[in-house]
Design a protein around this ligand. Structure first.
Ligand SMILES: [Fe+2]
Length: 220
């Protein structure tokens, strides 16, 4: 598990980046002090056609034998003030393998039976933290003949990981996490519409890592 400092830094980078630039060096001292302008719930995105219901609870999304570049995402699930951690939030993730293939070839069939691969669920710990150990997802083209998505058929999706996050007193959010520098982001309508959900990755001794904090709106 990442240190609290490392995870906390993700809040400032992702949610407060624009604000900190305007504050001329006010930086971390003010990162929680200007709620509203600088702090907002994580942007929701489409569920997408490759969701499957009933993924298992997993400690590690991709085992050691999974082909591809290793990727670790650390983060916290936070309440709407961007600082109160939410323990026991449910974090559900799913992604393509390094070749851009999901574990289903029947998009839109959410209740398809069969073995789950590169998809699973976990709970946040008492500090609201989660850790996702996986591989870099491959890019893939939007399949043809998807209802409402026909005009996007053939567009290459940038690498992404799908999230669905819920907590009992907050509004659930579904989103896609993207990675800065992906050359397919500029032509992808979903990545373009959700700039808060694009994170920087850094190189590690093995693979890459990133920080992604998720802020949920209150339900009342
Ligand atoms: Fe996807």
């Amino acid at each position: 598990m990442a240190t609290r400092a490392a995870v906390g830094a993700g809040v400032s980078r992702r949610h407060l980046l624009q604000g900190s630039a305007l504050l001329l060096g006010g930086g971390l001292l003010v990162r929680h002090g200007l709620a509203g302008a600088l702090c907002r719930p994580t942007q929701a995105d489409i569920l997408g056609p490759y969701y499957r219901f009933g993924a298992p609870f997993l400690a590690t999304l991709a085992g050691a034998g999974e082909p591809g570049e290793r990727l670790v995402i650390d983060g916290r699930v936070l309440s709407a003030d961007c600082r109160t951690p939410l323990p026991n939030a449910l974090v559900e993730v799913w992604q393509a393998n390094s070749q851009g293939l999901y574990d289903t070839q029947t998009p839109g069939n959410f209740t398809e039976r069969g073995q789950f691969h590169l998809r699973g669920m976990l709970y946040t710990d008492e500090q609201g933290r989660y850790r996702l150990e996986t591989v870099m997802p491959g890019r893939y083209p939007v399949p043809p003949n998807l209802p409402e998505l026909e005009r996007y058929a053939g567009i290459t999706r940038p690498a992404h990981i799908h999230f669905r996050v819920m907590e009992s007193l907050h509004v659930p959010v579904t989103l896609q996490l993207y990675f800065a520098g992906d050359p397919y982001i500029p032509k992808d309508p979903w990545a373009q519409a959700h700039p808060d959900n694009v994170i920087e990755l850094k190189s590690e001794a093995v693979g890459r890592s990133g920080v992604f904090d998720i802020v949920l709106a209150r339900g009342l």
